[in-house]
Design a protein around this ligand. Structure first.
Ligand code: AP5
Ligand code: MG
Length: 186
């Protein structure tokens, strides 16, 4: 599940994972859990996340590899917020190839910047997320996405797995759009 901050990756991944028996892996959720637990890793990553910058590639690649190896009895994975750089995409591809797995679909939620900012400002009232609290950090997250993460779309296009989905509308309508893409491959 791919898309800019606030595009609905988390919202949609949770229900897609239930419907298709997939393990939902959100690197953002994993990192926030490390911060909440007060771990060394969490302490090292918290300022980077609060500024809306990306944490180092090796940190998230290691997290994902451990989860993949520990998972049983699932039909597959839904990655949310990962890969976020071309380096992460290459690492994921070789990690999967070494385990006889592959990326079946890259679903890109398309949402304009105004709607993204609106959604995150609204969520700031309830989420407690440090990176939602400051409009300057929200803008930075969108800029970091355009500069470092959007190039991964081209990577997915070359691999022939990329599909853009309109991410504006009701949560249910967007869910149906995503399901119709997934059902083409199962
Ligand atoms: P991460 O947790 O991945 O955050 P993000 O990409 O900034 O995206 P969000 O979680 O804010 O948005 P979302 O797309 O999940 O949308 P959601 O469903 O919540 O990353 C956070 C930080 O961790 C990064 O900045 C970085 O520091 C670090 N990090 C994480 N992964 C990393 C990686 N791989 N490499 C390096 N660093 C990494 O929806 C947003 C809001 O909109 C919600 O309130 C929701 O209720 C609402 N909403 C959803 N759908 C709709 C709709 N259709 N209409 C109206 N509102 C809607
Ligand atoms: Mg999310």
């Amino acid at each position: 599940m791919f898309g800019p901050p606030g595009s609905g990756k988390g919202t949609q991944s949770v229900t897609l994972a239930q419907k298709y028996n997939l393990l939902h892996l959100s690197t953002g959720d994993m990192l926030r859990a490390e911060i909440a637990a007060g771990s060394d890793l969490g302490k090292r990553m918290s300022a980077i996340m609060a500024a809306g910058e990306l944490v180092p590639d090796d940190v998230v690649i290691d997290m994902i590899a451990h989860k993949i190896d520990a998972t049983r009895e699932k039909a597959g994975f839904i990655f949310d917020g990962f890969p976020r750089t071309v380096e992460q995409a290459e690492a994921l591809q070789s990690m999967l190839a070494g385990r006889e797995m592959k990326i079946d679909r890259m679903l890109v939620l398309e949402v304009n910047d105004e709607e993204l900012t609106d959604r995150m400002k609204k969520r700031a009232l309830i989420s407690g997320r440090a990176d939602d609290a400051d409009p300057a950090v929200i803008n930075n997250r969108i800029e970091v996405y355009r500069a470092k993460t959007e190039p991964v779309i081209e990577y997915g296009r070359k691999a022939g797995v990329c599909h853009e989905v309109d991410g504006v509308g009701s949560v249910e309508d967007i869910f149906q759009r995503l399901c119709s893409q997934i059902e083409r491959i199962i």
